[in-house]
Design a protein around this ligand. Structure first.
Ligand code: C5P
Length: 401
């Protein structure tokens, strides 16, 4: 949503990872941005400009002396219309040139001429990245307000394993969204989100949990980040990657989640509890793996977990979720009142295509003033934005009080 209609200038430099920039350009086009690609001369040795042209349906820039450019003065126009400049992959050589403010190609000129935020995604051999020269150059660019993402650890083209890989397209997209959203309607706000199903140990290898995938909570965390909030995401282990620019605190049990939430809400403007917290936990988790016994029945004693939302109070907007399979509104309203929430997101988990482990959700938003917003089935990310719209309204009302 934040990306549609934005102008992205994508600078591609001469790294083996340049092929990944084609996938990035494609993802950006899918998100309905206008992508102008600038390729350095060495980038053209790795990937043909035609690959980018085919994906973006636009001319590719990079030849300062091109006679057939459609733009007046290329680098000035590109620099001016950019909402963001992304340099991915960025080689040690380009980073050094940009740190020195050199302008011997279209990318260098554009970077010097732009006011847009700049995202740098280095990719190179691990020794080259570790080298004090590169480290100093990256630090200089950071000091100028550039955002740097990666490089990631892993197998490098040389066959060595180290820190030097271009981060994955998904992470680049997250970083772009985060940077573009910096001055959004949650700028200056701090939001705490919980996600995933808690894991309550029975013994060192077994635990009790639930089907929560964490997708709803991660979507809320990313949406809040993309609207400028400082986000702390308190998550159980999930299959989802840590979102760029979000502080992630990993926990397993409800008790650990309670402690992490208490800690995180000190400065918070909103707490959004999307996690599926186990209501009960094994009373006496065993320190050793429990052996199979001869008896056919084994009883496990459970004790009640703390109710995090009910316990954590303060001067911030508190949002809960009610996943129900029957009497949706009745149960959700009862929870809203019992936990004295500002807002509850009620969703009927029996609706096909909605709820646990899927990408979509259908919900009704109920607030403490009795307002009710019934939403159609939509992507969790879209629902996250609807929830945040409500949170922003509630924050405004708080200030007005
Ligand atoms: O009562 P129920 O578990 O259905 O309430 C759901 C809401 O309360 C969710 O927002 C969930 O994160 C939160 N919750 C909690 N602590 C618990 C159980 C649920 O904060 N022990």
């Amino acid at each position: 949503m934040t990306l549609a209609g934005k102008n992205v200038v994508l600078g591609v430099t001469g790294s083996i990872a340049a092929f990944k920039a084609v996938a990035l350009a494609s993802e950006l086009v899918r998100a309905r941005t206008l992508v102008d690609v600038i390729m350095t001369a060495s980038a053209r040795q790795f990937v043909a400009p035609l690959s980018f042209q085919a994906v973006t349906h636009r001319s590719i820039f990079g030849d300062v002396f091109a006679a057939n450019s459609e733009l007046n003065i290329e680098h000035v126009e590109l620099a001016e219309r950019a909402d963001i400049v992304v340099i991915a992959p960025a080689t040690a050589n380009t980073i050094a040139k940009l740190a020195a403010g050199m302008a011997d190609d279209v990318l260098g000129c554009t970077v010097l001429a732009t006011d847009a935020p700049i995202l740098l995604a280095p990719a190179m051999d691990a020794h080259m990245f570790d080298n004090p020269a590169t480290q100093e150059n990256v630090a200089r660019l950071r000091a100028r307000g550039w955002e740097v993402v990666g490089p990631a650890a892993g197998r490098l083209a040389s066959g060595l394993v180290g820190v030097g890989r271009l981060v994955e397209v998904e992470e680049l997209m997250g970083a772009i969204r985060a940077l573009l959203g910096r001055s959004g309607d949650l700028a200056g706000r701090s939001v705490v989100v919980t996600a995933g199903g808690t894991q309550e140990p029975i013994d060192p290898v077994r635990y009790i949990s639930n089907r929560s995938s964490g997708k709803m909570g991660y979507a809320v965390a990313e949406a809040a980040r993309d609207r400028g909030a400082q986000v702390t995401l308190i998550s159980t282990p999930t299959a989802l990657p840590a979102p760029f620019g979000v502080q992630v605190v990993y926990v397993n049990t409800a008790e650990q989640m309670l402690a992490a939430v208490r800690d995180a809400v000190q400065e918070a403007d909103a707490l959004i509890m999307a996690a599926a917290v186990a209501d009960y936990r094994p009373a006496r988790p065993s320190a050793e793996k429990i052996k199979k016994a001869d008896a056919d029945v084994w009883q496990l004693e459970l004790v009640k977990n703390p109710d995090i939302l009910a316990q954590v109070r303060g001067d911030f907007v508190r949002v809960g979720f009610a996943a129900e399979s029957q009497h949706l509104l009745e149960n959700a309203l009862a929870k809203l009142h019992a936990k004295q929430l500002d807002l509850i997101v009620a969703n009927d988990i029996s609706t096909p295509g909605s709820g646990f482990a899927v990408d979509d959700n259908q919900a009704v938003l109920l607030d403490a003033q009795g307002e009710r917003l019934a939403l159609p089935l939509m992507a969790k990310r879209e629902l996250a934005d609807q929830i945040l719209n409500k949170v922003i309204k509630l924050l405004g009302q708080r200030r007005a009080k």
